[in-house]
Design a protein around this ligand. Structure first.
Ligand SMILES: [Zn+2]
Length: 478
């Protein structure tokens, strides 16, 4: 009864405890489905509380880490760790990051408030007041399911892997003025691996090579990523050709038929392929600045721009075809729904991400912060008065700020915001315009790490990048 709403296959996957109750482990593959699907508010709340306090011992570790980081930054002449971490990135300073996050959060308030009042209203009808932050995933999912007649199981039928891949190749070749050619008979490490050469369409110059190793198999590295096998550079007037490798874990065949991709996998594949194109089109003279050795605030922007091609009818048709008759592309209604679904009820979730980014930025730019007090204060300030869930300790289980993204959690949103600006300004009205694509290739992809990213983007846009297009895209989130 406590798990009403969860699908039978999920329940079947759970172990049983001695008292015959289901055992839920505090990992996202158990917690997320419960928070999104469980109809029982008290279950969602107790799971959210347990999950939000799962690593309380980490808080003192984090406090120690922060102290040491500040100490190291001071040794290098910086006032605090955030200034050290951001100094050589596109954002330049912690002050700029605060300005960016505050401005973005403020601009999203109107859309987020509309979302919140609809969510509160629905909860009042279904379970009664009050609405808590732990109710967010369940009610967002419920409202979106009600608003959209989108069955992702059906959508998947339109994305056979080979067709998606050839569509992605076509989009990138046509847009950026490139030509890909398979190198047949090349020496590879597994029969599934393919090697392609990349030529400039007009001059015929060999620009680079890429391998694709996209099917899952036993013992293979299990992440999806692009690896730079060789960076481009000039050595005594001879060009060293860049070589990239795209690794993924897709199902090659299911029951003797070509594998089908989930829509999120299609978006992800195009995103990763964007990194391959970026790697090969980067013409920086030194290997240190070419390939994907770029400012981390900048490196994701081109791939995030390309993701938009998955949400426009004309390009979506190039990468889709019904699996039993690939001449039948995905229909216009589904394309439109996917585009609206992408932005629907996204403002409040974004504010939640901004809250974590602000927390990360404050603890890395101030000494001796009361972390629990700070999180409580920020939560209600950023999340439109919604309090932090009582009994949780989110500061202690926020891995991005502990290792890997310390003082730079903002970077993901930063890249999304400026990618939205470029897409809206340059590509939105004509996504297959090769002149714009080649201009982008020359102005944005080619300079690589040899030019300041802000200059690169300003040069291409004809003005400084702005947050407006991103904010506008969330204006109709309800
Ligand atoms: Zn990426």
């Amino acid at each position: 009864m406590e798990l009403v709403g969860l699908p039978p296959e999920f329940l079947k996957s759970l172990e049983k405890a001695e008292n015959d109750k289901f055992k839920v482990v505090l990992r996202s593959h158990h917690v997320s489905p419960i928070l999104e699907l469980c109809k029982v508010g008290s279950t969602r709340k107790s799971v959210a509380v347990a999950y939000g306090r799962r690593c309380e011992a980490n808080l003192s570790v984090l406090e120690k880490l922060i102290q040491l980081r500040h100490k190291l930054a001071r040794l290098l002449g910086y006032p605090n760790y955030a200034e050290y971490a951001i100094d050589r990135r596109m954002a330049k300073s912690s002050t700029k990051v605060f300005e960016f996050l505050e401005k973005l959060s403020g601009s999203l308030t109107e859309s987020a408030s509309k979302e919140l009042s609809l969510l509160k209203e629905l909860k009042r009808k279904e379970e009664g007041d009050p609405f808590g932050i732990e109710d967010l995933p369940y009610y967002v999912k419920k409202i979106k399911e009600h608003q959209f007649d989108l069955d992702f199981g059906v959508v998947k039928q339109y994305f056979p892997i080979n067709l998606v891949l050839s569509g992605i190749f076509k989009i990138c070749q046509d847009l950026f003025g490139l030509r890909f050619e398979e190198v047949v008979g090349s020496e590879v490490w597994h029969q599934d691996v393919q090697l392609f050469s990349v030529f400039d369409l007009s001059s015929g110059e060999l620009m680079g090579y890429f391998y694709i190793d996209i099917y899952s198999r036993e013992g293979k590295y299990d992440h999806t990523c692009v690896v730079a096998l060789q960076n481009g550079s000039w050595i005594n007037s001879t060009r060293q050709i860049p070589v990239a490798l795209l690794i993924s874990q897709l199902q090659k065949e299911v029951d003797g038929r070509p594998g089908l991709l989930r829509f999120s996998e299609v978006v992800n594949l195009l995103h990763e392929f964007g990194h391959v194109v970026h790697h090969i089109c980067n013409r920086a003279p030194f290997a240190r600045f070419s390939g994907l050795r770029l400012d981390p605030d900048f490196v994701e922007i081109p791939s995030l721009i390309l993701e938009n091609w998955c949400y426009e009818s004309s390009s979506l048709k190039l990468i889709s075809g019904f699996h039993e008759d690939i001449t039948k592309p995905i229909d216009d209604e589904i394309c439109k729904s996917l585009k609206r679904w992408r932005c629907s009820f996204s403002a409040l979730k974004l504010k939640q991400e901004i809250l974590y980014c602000l927390f990360d930025q404050i603890i890395h730019s101030t000494e001796n912060v009361d972390m629990i007090g700070l999180f409580k204060h920020l939560h209600s300030k950023v999340m439109l008065g919604l309090p932090m869930l009582e009994g949780t300790n989110p500061a202690s289980c926020f891995p991005r700020t502990a290792i890997g993204y310390e003082a730079t959690c903002y970077s993901r949103i930063w890249s999304e915001v400026f990618a939205a600006d470029i897409f809206a300004m340059k590509f939105h009205d004509d996504i297959s315009n090769q002149n714009t694509g080649i201009h982008f290739r020359n102005k944005v992809l080619a300079p690589g790490g040899a030019k300041d990213p802000l200059e690169i983007l300003s040069d291409f846009l004809g003005r400084e990048p702005s947050i407006q297009a991103f904010v506008d895209s969330k204006a109709h989130s309800v």
